[in-house]
Design a protein around this ligand. Structure first.
Ligand code: PLP
Length: 404
């Protein structure tokens, strides 16, 4: 069948069926990205042509499913420059990955250090261990532009050597980028172990495990143009022997009798039960798609767009920002004086603008700023200036209605 594209969509959006089927201006990429056709096709192909479980049966479709699943591990290993496939474990997403590491490994650490910009997924698992501020949990302060306070971080590391540091790379709520290379380097000086919440990273940046020398790196598929319900953890090889399996059961097992069980080695011992096979296969297509465009191009497009977004938003009356755009990408958060953000979202939705308002699963920083939440525009490389112009036009209209 001949492909029909909407004439007015850019060359990248043409790769995403969502934009051919919808007039929505999609600006909620920090929540989840759209999926390119190659990812969707791989899902359909699996279900229609070789649907079978992996690592179990030996008929040809089962072997093909296993091969494609394991091929994603290799592709991701190369993508992030891990040393070996044992270091790559698939999970449901970043939330599960952090819960896994928190409950099976990091619980042994007396102190966990996080930043002020963490998502609830990197706060609540620590509370579930009974940790509170200054009682097993320390929070690095930030300045008025939400920049990470490196001096405070060093003080906390000095006071709490051999801590577990768990810090987001990019704030989903405000777009602030943490200088994770310096954070990891400093943490290691004080014998800390570091986990980076990279939920927002792969859609925007190239990352390299050897360059970062990070201990744990948790990634999200659905925020990286891949299917939902899929994530991955990189665990530095040195730590594999100390990480306990978070769940056990089928597929993790070397030998079982009624008295005891022995587990396989990583990565299999960490992937209990039937996995999100189709999601993992789709992830490889998303990673290949990113490589076909190249991070250099993605970063250039996004930086230009982010600056344009900021410039255009600044022209609006009574806009309130909470940070500058220095060392920030993707998400831009704001409010308007005396306007409730939920009202903006309702009106924008009627004008086909999709964005998120509220606390963005980051209530502590909202409380610190003394606000209930923000209006958040979050960009991906397939957005363009036309999207931003339409957003601004819609915001102007919404504001004129709400100010009446
Ligand atoms: N951490 C950050 C910074 C996020 O932005 C998100 C999702 O918004 C999460 C964690 C949770 O990720 P997932 O949906 O993969 O569980």
């Amino acid at each position: 069948m001949k492909k029909t594209y909407k004439k007015d969509i850019n060359m990248f959006k043409k790769d995403f069926p969502y934009f051919q089927n919808s007039n929505t201006i999609y600006l909620d990429n920090a929540a989840s990205t759209q999926k390119p056709k190659c990812v969707i096709d791989s899902q359909v192909e699996y279900y229609e042509k070789y649907c079978a479980n992996i690592h179990r049966s030996s008929f040809s479709h089962a072997n093909k499913a296993t091969k494609n699943y394991e091929n994603t591990r290799k592709i991701l290993k190369n993508f992030i420059n891990a040393r070996c496939i044992e270091e790559i474990i698939f999970t449901k997403g970043v939330t599960e990955s952090i819960n896994f590491i928190a409950s099976s490994y990091a619980k042994e650490f007396k102190t966990v250090i996080i930043s002020s910009l963490e998502h609830h997924s990197n706060i609540v698992p620590w509370h579930m261990q009974g940790r509170e501020l200054n009682r097993g949990l320390e929070v690095v302060s930030c300045d008025d532009n939400l920049n990470f306070n490196m001096q405070h971080f060093e003080e906390l590391l000095k006071q709490n050597p051999k801590s577990f540091v768990s810090i987001t790379h990019i704030s989903n709520a405000f777009g602030k980028i943490h200088d994770i290379k310096s954070i990891i380097h400093l943490a290691h000086k004080y014998k800390a172990v570091v986990m980076i919440d990279a939920a927002q990273s792969l859609a925007h940046f190239k990352v390299d495990m050897q360059e970062l020398e990070v201990d744990f790196f948790v990634m999200s598929g659905h925020k990286t143009f891949a299917p939902t319900g899929l994530g991955a953890i990189y665990i530095k090889k040195e730590h594999l022997k100390n990480v306990q399996a978070y769940q056990t059961g089928g597929a993790t097992i070397h030998e079982v009798d009624y008295n005891s069980s022995t587990l396989l080695n990583s990565p299999y011992k960490f992937e209990a039960g039937t996995q999100n096979i189709v999601g993992v296969i789709g992830f490889s297509k998303a990673l290949e798609y990113i490589l076909s465009i190249g991070y250099e191009k993605i970063e250039t497009i996004e930086n230009d767009l982010y600056i344009y977004l900021d410039e255009e938003l600044r022209k609006l009356d009574d806009i309130i920002f909470y940070n500058d755009i220095n060392k920030a990408i993707g998400s831009r958060s704001f409010n308007f004086k005396n306007i409730f953000h939920d009202d903006i979202a309702i009106l924008l939705d009627k004008m086909n603008i999709a964005l998120r308002v509220g606390h963005h699963c980051a209530q502590p920083i909202m409380k610190h700023l003394n606000i209930k939440g923000t209006i958040r525009v979050s960009l991906a490389f397939y957005n363009d200036k036309n999207d931003i112009d339409k957003l601004i036009k819609a915001l102007k209209k919404a504001l004129s209605i709400l100010k009446k």
